[in-house]
Every structure is written in C-alpha cells, then in structure tokens.
Design a binder for this molecule. Structure first.
Ligand SMILES: Nc1ncnc2c1ncn2[C@@H]1O[C@H](COP(=O)(O)OP(=O)(O)OP(=O)(O)O)[C@@H](O)[C@H]1O
Length: 358
C-alpha cells in the first residue's frame, strides 16, 4: 500500500493535527469493527495506536488514509475534514504519506527516483534538492543511484520514510513498519525513524501490536480494544495509571489482585499497599512485577509461592510463581535470579498501586 501526496494540492503545507471523531465502521454491514472511535494527535506529535490482533488498527489506518469510508463519524487534518458525512477526499489528495510493512518501493526505479516520485508539482532542480535532503535525513545520502534490491530491508524502510516525507505531508502513517526486520535491527531503525520524523517536524501515527515498541517510540499511545480507545496517554501515564485492569495487563506485565481500600491503603493477599487517598471499598489493585519482592523462606515468612518458570533477560529476570492466596503472579528481579523452578519464595509487595473500584 503506497500513497504519495500531491505537492500541488492545497494541503501540502506541512504537518497538521489529526482528529478522528466518533468513527464507526463495519465491513459489508457485519459487526462493528470501529465503534465510535475518537482520537486526537497534535501537530508535530508522534502517536502510536496499539492494540491486540483484530481490534481494528488497520481499519482505522485505512479510514485515515482514505482507502475506506467510515459508516459514521469524521476525520480531519487541521481544520480540513477529509472524511465525514458527504465528504470523502481521495487518498492522493489528503496529504497523507504512508510507510507500509515492507517498503513497497518501486523496484524498477532508483532510490532517488523512488524518493522524488511524489514531487510531481516541483521543478527538476527542486525535486533533486528535496530528494537529496530527504536521503540525508534518513542517513542514505550516498544511496540515490542504487536500485531497491541492492539495499537491506532496514535501508528500504528508510527510503520508504524519505519518500513519504518528501512532499511535506500533513500526516505520516506507519503501518507496522518494523515487523519484517529482526529484533536487533528493529530497535536501531525505530529510533532512527523517530529522529527523522522529529527533524522533519512531522505528525505521525504508528500502528503496532507491540507494546514495547509503542511505549518506547511514541509521545502518546492510544490503546484500542474492540474498536474503541480504551485509554490514550503518555507512555508513562499508561504504565503508571492504567485506566482499567485490561489496559494494565495489555500495556506491560501486571499483577492484578482483589483488594479493599480505605484511608490511602488497600488490603491485598500480599499485604497492604499504598493507593490514592480517595480509594474506597472493594475493587482491584494493579501492581507491576518490579513491585514484588522475593526472598528465601524463613520461619516467619508471610505469603509464599512456588516458582514455576524463570525467564532470564540479562538485565533482569521475570519469575512466575504459583501463590495459593493469589494464583499465578510474576515478579521482576534485577540481575541473575537466585530462584529456580520448584523453589519456594516469600513474596512481598511494595510501592504504590493503582486501585480500580469494583
Ligand atoms: N476486508 C475485510 N472484510 C471483512 N472483515 C474484515 C476485513 N478486514 C478486516 N476485517 C475484520 O475487521 C476486524 C478488525 O481488523 P483489523 O485488520 O482492522 O485489525 P488489526 O487490529 O489491524 O489486526 P492485526 O493486528 O491482526 O492486523 C477483524 O475482525 C477482521 O477480521
């Protein structure tokens, strides 16, 4: 899927904010895939749309790009409505650049001609200068004369980004652009793409199902669940103050425990934890695995669990335990783990927890 903006169109004025308002969509009159979805991205902001498979991310992206029309609702770029009742601006006139999962470069055109492809309204000298500028921006200044098949997958994705940015789009959509790459390459390309978008001052929406990617990349993350925004916030807000237990479990690892709150404390099976002063009555608390402490069992150990699995990540380890009082929980411990599957460990909780009333 490749859309190249038309620089001669009146919208080619650079980054704009995106507003998606109460968008509803279904395929062929079936169940609603998007159900009154709303999303705002500020001009120059890098946003991620995160959600499990089938939640409607790609459908949302297709609606913003103009490949499908919503059943109801409105999409605007800046103060310009591009989809809505009686309005459907065609994809090529929206000022939206797309970076697809796999570069989708034109195989028979050189890298430079790929990047300059959308600059139809520009003169030759201007096109050449803008192409060189964009190739420089993505760190491929020397590659203009090569053909796409002579570049690695990561380099092709950079070219796709340069091509998307060249016509100064109002918005760049990135559709899981790092998926086809191995994990070592992904992290590097991710930050390079982010830096290039920042340098261009672009407004961008990254679609991903990878929570680590969304949290590390975006200024703001919209978590989609069943066609609606379950929560939209900064990565820190999502992690520290998830709107509900589902968001907590989807964005990072979570330990969700039944609790009863009063006076800034919640009683849980792992003992009392600090919660907001106004939390009151029955509900659940969300703890992150790094808030659980494990220690060797002694005569006065309180809650004990049996280690079922150890996932060692180098910098830390995730330890899964079966605890009679809570069921399966996980703890994150720094460095090399001192427990092995089958060991018994004393479990404590510390720090502040998010409380959700029942
Ligand atoms: N062309 C289509 N016709 C009918 N149903 C569709 C079509 N495309 C998607 N769907 C359905 O719409 C729902 C949302 O699909 P969508 O591709 O938007 O999800 P997604 O969040 O992007 O998923 P993934 O992460 O797996 O790509 C799914 O139930 C899917 O089966």
């Amino acid at each position: 899927m490749t859309v190249v903006t038309d620089p001669a169109a009146p919208h080619a004025e650079g980054p704009a904010g995106l507003s998606v308002r109460a968008v509803t969509s279904s395929y062929g009159g079936g169940d609603r895939v998007l159900d009154g979805l709303g999303l705002t991205v500020g001009a120059g902001e890098l946003a991620a749309v995160l959600g499990p498979s089938g939640c409607g991310k790609t459908t949302l992206l297709r609606i913003i790009a103009g490949f499908i029309r919503p059943d109801a609702g409105e999409v605007a770029l800046g103060d310009r409505v591009i989809s809505g009742p009686g309005v459907h601006i065609p994809p090529e006139r929206r000022g939206v650049g797309i970076v697809a999962q796999e570069g989708a470069l034109f195989p028979h055109l050189s890298i430079a001609r790929n990047v300059g492809f959308g600059l139809t309204g520009a003169g030759r000298a201007e096109r050449r200068a803008r192409t060189a500028e964009m190739l420089g921006l993505v760190g491929l200044a020397e590659y203009g004369d090569r053909m796409p098949h002579e570049l690695s997958g990561g380099q092709q994705q950079r070219v796709a980004l340069a091509r998307a940015l060249a016509p100064r789009p109002a918005l760049v959509l990135l559709d899981e652009p790092f998926n086809a790459l191995d994990s070592a390459l992904r992290a590097g390309l991710r930050s390079d793409v982010r830096a290039a978008l920042r340098a261009a001052g672009a407004t961008a929406v990254l679609v991903t199902h990878d929570q680590e990617e969304a949290l590390s990349w975006a200024d703001r993350v919209a978590v989609i669940r069943e066609g609606r925004v379950a929560q939209c916030g900064t990565p820190d807000e999502l992690y520290a103050a998830p709107a509900d237990p589902w968001v907590a479990s989807f964005v990072g690892e979570a330990v969700v425990l039944p609790a009863r709150a009063a006076g800034g404390r919640a009683e849980t099976a792992l003992g009392p934890v600090a919660v907001a002063a106004d939390a009151d009555g029955p509900g659940t608390v969300v703890l992150r695995p790094e808030q659980l402490g494990l220690a060797p069992v002694t005569a006065d150990s309180g809650v004990r669990g049996r280690v079922t699995e150890v996932r060692y990540h180098g910098h830390d380890a995730l330890i899964l335990l079966d605890v009679p009082e809570t069921g399966r929980i996980m703890a994150r411990v720094p460095g090399a783990p001192e427990f092995r599957p089958g060991d018994e460990a004393a479990v404590t909780a510390s720090g502040r927890a998010v409380f959700h009333p029942a």
